[in-house]
Design a protein around this ligand. Structure first.
Ligand SMILES: *Cc1c(COP(=O)(O)O)cnc(C)c1O
Length: 437
């Protein structure tokens, strides 16, 4: 399979090149040229299959031309060594718990897949010494650091704003050592992101180091997220309630929702999607007006969704560009809702009190969007619970007036020793640092 850039100013590239470059030379995002439709009976059979088996079928359709099936199988099985269960919350509302991986957030799936795929290119296809740069406000850093931990030939630099990520998040990427370097930047998340962007554009640095990104712009990180949409469907199908499925996705950079759209494009019978946002409502406003107007991000309780210019928007419009009126086509498949911090807190409290289910602030947006959308008879609602609530323990405890349990996996990180390199937010210092590597 070849990959094209959403800006269409660059020739088609191979999977290997798309993964190693991250962003296309014309600053566009890579897209698979043609996606196989899975036959109805194949999807119907999935209710009798495990997560790994389903992911193997889907991954063959996506990556089968580029990697031999046995290797792909290994990469997939290794990535998905934990379950992604659908859990009933009440009535016809279900939670897809994406947080049973090593860092307790959905980004584990994409990060682990990407790390193993890059590892394969390094071991077998002559790729050498790759450096992954990521800016994080919390969850990306931990998933990427743990996904890439110990993979030979790859060094990972995580830039994060000093004092602005939670203690639990910080220890998940600062205590690992080995090939993971945590750079503690005296600035904001936007400063970290600006440093990463400048590094990608700096000729001297690029001549010295092979750089790639592990944000959801990278095809290897976002596309494997389509696996669990099929698995979610399969579980609901088995329970006899997958006929009219409405899926609500708490969204920031929209990688997760875009992966869902790919599943839909491959034939997954989803009736419609909902994009759930916090006060960062650029996509919501687009659905209302047809105008896409990026905004500076604002800080909310659901901080992994604090994005003012979602990078995967270009992929969504590209997917629908085959229609005469793409905006109308998008509105037919995706609706949107947005919630304030007060609304998020109220939802978390009421779901806990009424049903005993603990939502994290991101999942709360997903859940409430299903309620706001008022499902019709026969529809089943599924929201993606993107992180374990204990990752946001101080906030969640405060809202629920509870003392929620920290899973052993998280506790384990909290016992490690923090190691970071401190940097100021100015590019020259960062550049000097990278050139010294
Ligand atoms: C990253 C993240 C999101 C947003 O996902 P996108 O793919 O960027 O839309 C939502 N919830 C949590 C917990 C996250 O870490």
């Amino acid at each position: 399979m070849k990959y094209y850039s959403t800006n269409k100013q660059e020739p088609l590239v191979s999977l290997k090149k798309a993964v190693i470059k991250g962003l296309a030379g014309d600053r566009g995002l890579y897209m698979p040229e043609n996606v196989d439709l899975l036959k109805d009976f194949v999807i119907g059979e999935m209710k009798n299959m495990t997560l790994q088996e389903i992911a193997n079928v889907v991954s063959l359709a996506l990556f089968g031309d580029d990697i031999n099936p046995d290797t792909l199988n290994e990469i997939v099985n290794d990535t998905l060594s934990f379950d992604i269960p659908v859990v009933p919350v009440h009535d016809r509302i279900y939670s897809l718990e994406l947080f049973h991986g090593p860092t307790l957030a959905f980004k584990d799936v994409g990060a682990r897949f990407m790390a193993r795929l890059l590892g394969h290119f390094i071991d077998n296809e002559g790729v050498k010494d790759v450096n992954v740069l990521v800016a994080t406000s919390g969850d990306t850093g931990s998933a990427v650091a743990n996904g890439f931990l110990g993979v030979e030939g790859i060094r990972v630099y995580i830039l994060y704003p000093k004092g602005k990520v939670s203690a639990i998040q910080e220890c998940q990427f600062t205590t690992l050592g080995q090939n993971i370097v945590a750079l503690e930047v005296d600035g904001t998340f936007d400063d970290c992101q600006a440093l990463v962007k400048s590094a990608f554009m700096d000729e001297e640095i690029n001549a010295h180091l092979k750089l790639t990104s592990a944000n959801s712009i990278n095809i290897a990180r976002f596309l494997p997220q389509s696996f669990y949409y099929f698995y979610a469907y399969a579980q609901l199908d088995k329970a006899g309630c997958a006929d009219q499925l409405v899926i609500s996705v708490p969204s920031g950079n929209f990688g997760n929702l875009t992966a869902g759209l790919f599943a839909y494009w491959m034939g997954l019978p989803v009736k419609r999607f909902i994009a759930a946002n916090n006060r960062n409502d650029v996509f919501y406003n687009y659905l209302q007006t047809g105008l896409y107007t990026p905004q500076p991000s604002v800080t909310t309780l659901a901080n992994a969704m604090d994005v003012g210019d979602p990078s995967n928007f270009a992929r969504i419009t590209d997917l629908f560009s085959i229609y005469p009126d793409p905006y109308k086509a998008i509105k037919k498949v995706i609706s949107g809702y947005r919630f304030t911090d007060e609304e998020i807190a109220a939802v978390m409290r009421s779901v806990y009190e009424r049903y005993g289910y603990i939502l994290d602030p991101h999942g709360a947006c997903g859940y409430q969007a299903l309620i706001a959308d008022s499902l019709t008879d026969g529809e089943t609602g599924l929201f993606l619970e993107t992180a374990h609530p204990a990752k946001f323990k101080p906030i969640v405890d405060d809202i629920l007036h509870a003392d929620i349990e920290i899973p052993p996996k998280l506790q384990h990180f909290m016992n490690g020793k923090k190691q970071t390199v401190e940097l100021n937010k100015d590019f020259p210092a960062f550049k000097t640092y990278l050139l010294g590597q």
